[in-house]
Ligand binder design. Structure first.
Ligand code: HEM
Length: 533
């Protein structure tokens, strides 16, 4: 019976004081129970606070300009997502104008923004062993991804990371492997452009190019080239994952969920657990359905990334899907097609605004194509204007807008104003790739303009090693698939430009949003007009 059962007035008047005793006892037990719950919650809150926030006095970093802290950053999702990326990052970036870096705090954790390329280099490249994406106790800026997917190349350190990274470099960057994948890439680009021609128009350009990005990456990964035709399960678990990984306010939601369920901070909360289970289930089905392609002892079928991973990690005919195969498949799931999709979207968008660039590209394609109309692997990799266009699109529209790390050992850096600064252990460092690529101090007054010509006589590699240009980051933790992505996007652009004009009738005043990647806030419709060049 509930304590608060409503009784009518007559019934009550017939009760003697004795009758109320059991109810009174129950009430006292209930109150004592609540008091205990509040006390234990407060104790747990205090333990959490003192454990995960090193001091409660609010940090500052000596010799670094400060902007006001955001002690409850992220409690309100909207405030956090917009606050961090547009407002907070912008303020930090402005404050770093003279010295090249600036700081604020979230709660009591120092947050340091690196603006100057030379300082970014000192931290990300020269001190790469004093920073991490995920600390051994499971915190750090990539901890959400880590709790959902478990250890994969992007979150791992040590032996696992070495082995997994090597696998990616071999299959997604090595020129011999890229040459091998090019014919499939070209065939898939033609297939997807043909679909666009047949459909004539569509309401969402991003969705239209996503199929190509998915098919090409899984063709190299698993040796199947029509994954986009049965990818609805994959895409729906992916969208839940992207929202979570790209949202800084998720840190707080996770903190609150685990706090109330009494779980340690490092463990996945129930929402993360269910997203992670969903991803693993969909991927497992995909791998099981294509197990012959992974089997290292299967005589038929060509090489692919997961088959060679199985071979290298002791897979057999009976058990081809090893732990390494699962980890690498999860990594491809996590980063494999979304950034390339938005990159293709931004490339088509930018070209639609610049017919003069299309003309120059078409001229270069005509000069280099073979008799059958196709560009061969060597030409597409070395055509200078296509390369400049690609580099400029990656500068203006870097799909991954920022990077962050936790400092594990104090790092000493020299500022632009020749001060020496110590970045304390435990602080979070950020570099905004988006703002760096639009920084007038680095790129001049025309930094916001799409100008492939700026790359004439300027090497992307040099800009990258100076940390002025970081679409794929630089240093030991840079993207190991940059070679693949560049070829993938160039191939699609070359096929599109050879066959069609793409018009985007409603794209003016486009707004961007930032979650795990930078994308258009609204779907952008398109029209396809055949064009023979
Ligand atoms: C346009 C497409 C892509 C862009 C712009 C891109 C960019 C990046 C960036 C900026 C990072 C560093 C992230 C950070 O530390 O904050 C990264 C890491 C990584 N990317 Fe990519 N990426 C792309 C596509 C891919 C693809 C297709 C794959 C796999 C098939 C991939 C696999 C990885 C891996 C494994 C890492 C971690 C590397 C390590 O820690 O050693 N990326 N990527």
């Amino acid at each position: 019976m509930s304590l608060f059962t409503v009784m009518d007035a007559n019934q009550q008047s017939e009760k003697s004081p004795e009758d109320f005793r059991p109810t009174l006892r129950l009430l006292l037990v209930f109150i004592a129970n609540r008091v205990m719950l509040v006390l234990s919650s407060l104790t747990r809150a205090w333990t959490y606070l003192t454990k995960y926030t090193p001091s409660l006095t609010g940090p500052t970093v000596r010799n670094v300009p400060e902007v006001p802290g955001y002690p409850i950053l992220g409690v309100l999702p909207q405030m956090c997502n917009e606050g961090l990326y547009s407002s907070t990052m912008g303020k930090l970036f402005d404050a770093a104008q003279d010295s090249g870096l600036s700081c604020t705090s979230a709660g009591t954790v120092p947050i340091i923004l690196l603006r100057d390329p030379a300082i970014i280099r000192q931290v990300l490249v020269e001190n790469s062993d004093s920073i991490t994406r995920v600390t051994p106790d499971g915190s750090g800026p990539f901890s959400i991804m880590y709790r959902i997917t478990g250890n994969i190349a992007v979150s791992a350190d040590g032996e696992d990371w070495h082995r997994w990274r090597k696998g990616f470099l071999k299959e997604f960057s090595n020129p011999i492997a890229l040459r091998r994948s090019y014919d499939d890439m070209l065939r898939l680009a033609k297939k997807h452009v043909q679909n666009m021609i047949v459909n004539k128009s569509g309401s969402d350009l991003c969705q239209a190019v996503e199929g190509y990005a998915l098919d090409t990456v899984w063709s190299v990964t698993l040796g199947v080239d029509n994954i986009s035709e049965y990818a609805s399960g994959l895409l729906s678990v992916k969208s839940g994952y992207d929202v979570m990984v790209g949202s800084p306010s998720h840190f707080w939601r996770h903190y609150i969920r685990n706090f109330f369920s009494g779980k340690p901070y490092q463990e996945p909360d129930h929402v993360e657990q269910s997203v992670g289970d969903g991803i693993k289930k969909v991927l497992r089905t995909l791998l099981d359905d294509n197990v012959a392609n992974i089997n290292p002892e299967e005589p038929l079928g060509g090489d692919n990334f997961l088959r060679s991973t199985s071979k290298d990690s002791g897979g057999s005919y009976e058990a081809p899907i090893t732990e390494d195969v699962l980890a690498q498949a999860l990594q491809v799931f996590s980063l494999g097609h979304e950034p390339s999709t938005v990159l293709l979207f931004w490339a088509i968008y930018e070209l639609s605004l610049h017919p003069e660039v299309i003309e120059k590209l078409r001229h270069e394609i005509r000069e280099n194509r073979r008799d059958n109309g196709d560009l061969d692997f060597d030409s597409i990799r070395t055509m200078p204007y296509l390369d400049a266009v690609m580099t400029e699109i990656l500068r203006l529209h870097a799909p991954i807008s920022s990077t962050s790390r936790q400092v594990t050992r104090p790092i000493v850096v020299e500022t632009r104003t020749n001060d020496t600064v110590v970045l304390p252990s435990g602080s979070l460092i950020f570099a905004s790739i988006y703002l760096l690529h639009h920084d007038k101090q680095v790129w001049g007054d025309n930094a916001d303009e799409f100008l492939p010509e700026r790359w004439a006589g300027r090497l992307a590699n040099t800009a990258e090693s100076r940390c002025e240009y970081l679409p794929f980051l630089a240093g030991p933790r840079s993207c190991p698939s940059a070679g693949f992505v560049t070829l993938q996007v160039k191939t699609m652009l070359a096929v599109l430009l050879s066959q069609v004009d793409v018009k985007l009738p409603n794209s003016s005043g486009m707004e961007k949003i930032v979650d795990s990647v930078v994308r258009s806030a609204k779907p952008i419709g398109f029209e396809i007009h055949e064009a023979r060049i």
